[in-house]
Design a protein around this ligand. Structure first.
Ligand SMILES: C[S@@+](CC[C@H](N)C(=O)[O-])C[C@H]1O[C@@H](n2cnc3c(N)ncnc32)[C@H](O)[C@@H]1O
Length: 289
C-alpha cells in the first residue's frame, strides 16, 4: 500500500468542531511538517480513494498527493470530537466527473479509516454535453411508445431535443432539467422557439436532487452508467407500474433491459437503445430491500 503522509491545518479543522464546549478557533496556521506535530495528540485519517489521481479535499482544503491510499494527519486543537468533511472528485472516464463526500468525527490521538472507494447513494455525477442525433432521439420516443397520457422526463436534457420530439409525437407534458446553465438556457430557448413553453417545463439544476417523479410516466436518459445507477433507485421507488425508461447507450447494472435495439442514424453510426418497464415485481423487489 502506498502511504503518503499529509499534514492538515489544525486551525482550519477546528472550523467545524463539534466538541461539547464550543472550541476556540485558533488562527489559521501555516502547513507544518509531520515532525513538528505533537505526536500524542496527532490524529490520522487513513483514506482509500477510488482512483490514484483523485482530488481529495478535507474541510475545504485540497490535500496534495496521489495514490489510492493516503493518510492525512492533524492535531485537533482541543479535547472533544471534531468533524471532518472529506470530498473526493475523480473522472472515471472522459465524460464523467464524480464527487463523493463523507463526514467523520475524530478526537486527538485517534486514527480513523475512511473508504471513499465504495459507491454511495449520495454520490454526485456530472457528465459532459453530447447530443443524441435527432433521428436517434425520435427512435427513443418510438421505443418508449409515447402516448397522449404520458408525462416525459429528461434528466440532463442538453438542448431538449428528446423531450421536444416526445411532445411532437403526442406526449401530454415534458419536464427537462440540466445542471449546466448554458444547456438549460438552450433548452428553454428551443422549447420557446418550438412554441411548446406551455407543455415543457425546463429547469436548471442537478437531476439527482429530483426525487418526486409521481407525475412522470416516461424517462429518457443519455447520462452514463454512473448516473444511471444513482437514479435507478429513484426510478424504482417513484415511477408507477407501466412507466417506461429508455436509455441511449448506457444500461443499469444488473437490471436487464426488456428490449435493446440498434438504430442507425442518417448522421452515421449505429446507436444502442435500451427499454425498461416498471413492473409490480420491481416495486416489490425494492420494498424487500
Ligand atoms: C450526454 S448529454 C445528453 C443531452 C440530451 N439528453 C441528449 O441526449 O441529446 C448530458 C447532459 O446532461 C447534463 N448533465 C450532466 N450531469 C447532470 C446532472 N447531474 N444533472 C442534470 N444534468 C446533468 C449535461 O450538462 C448535458 O447537457
Amino acid at each position: 500500500m502506498k502511504l503518503l503522509t499529509l499534514v492538515l491545518i489544525p486551525g482550519l479543522l477546528a472550523l467545524e468542531g463539534i466538541a461539547p464546549a464550543r472550541p476556540t478557533l485558533p488562527e489559521r496556521t501555516a502547513l507544518q511538517s509531520t515532525a513538528s506535530l505533537d505526536s500524542a495528540r496527532t490524529s490520522r485519517i487513513s483514506v482509500t480513494l477510488p482512483a490514484d489521481d483523485a482530488v481529495l479535499v478535507v474541510n475545504g482544503e485540497t490535500i496534495r498527493g496521489d495514490g489510492a491510499s493516503r493518510t492525512v494527519e492533524t492535531v485537533p486543537p482541543n479535547a472533544g470530537a471534531y468533524r471532518y468533511t472529506l470530498t473526493v472528485t475523480w473522472e472515471p472516464n472522459t465524460y464523467t466527473k464524480m464527487t463523493r463526500t463523507k463526514t467523520i468525527e475524530l478526537r486527538a490521538g485517534e486514527t480513523v479509516s475512511v473508504d471513499l472507494a465504495v459507491d454511495d447513494p449520495t454520490d454526485r455525477v456530472r457528465v459532459i454535453y453530447h447530443p443524441t442525433p435527432a433521428d436517434v432521439a425520435e427512435a427513443m420516443v418510438t421505443l418508449a411508445a409515447v402516448g397522449p397520457d404520458d408525462v416525459v422526463y429528461e434528466p440532463g436534457c442538453g438542448d431538449a431535443r428528446i423531450t421536444t420530439a416526445a411532445i411532437r409525437a403526442g406526449a401530454r407534458r415534458g419536464i427537462c432539467i440540466d445542471i449546466d446553465p448554458d444547456q438549460a438556457f438552450e433548452s428553454k430557448t428551443n422549447v420557446e422557439l418550438a412554441g411548446l413553453a406551455d407543455r415543457i417545463d425546463v429547469r436548471e439544476g442537478d437531476a439527482l436532487d429530483v426525487k418526486d417523479l409521481s407525475d412522470v410516466s416516461v424517462v429518457f436518459l443519455y447520462m452514463g452508467d454512473h448516473f444511471n445507477m444513482l437514479v435507478r433507485p429513484v426510478l424504482w421507488r417513484e415511477l408507477k407500474v407501466g412507466s417506461r425508461i429508455v436509455s441511449h447507450r448506457f444500461t443499469m447494472g444488473d437490471w436487464t433491459p426488456d428490449r435493446t435495439v440498434a438504430v442507425s442514424s442518417d448522421q452515421g453510426g449505429i446507436f444502442e437503445l435500451h427499454l425498461w418497464t416498471i413492473t409490480e415485481e420491481i416495486k416489490q423487489k425494492l420494498a424487500s430491500r
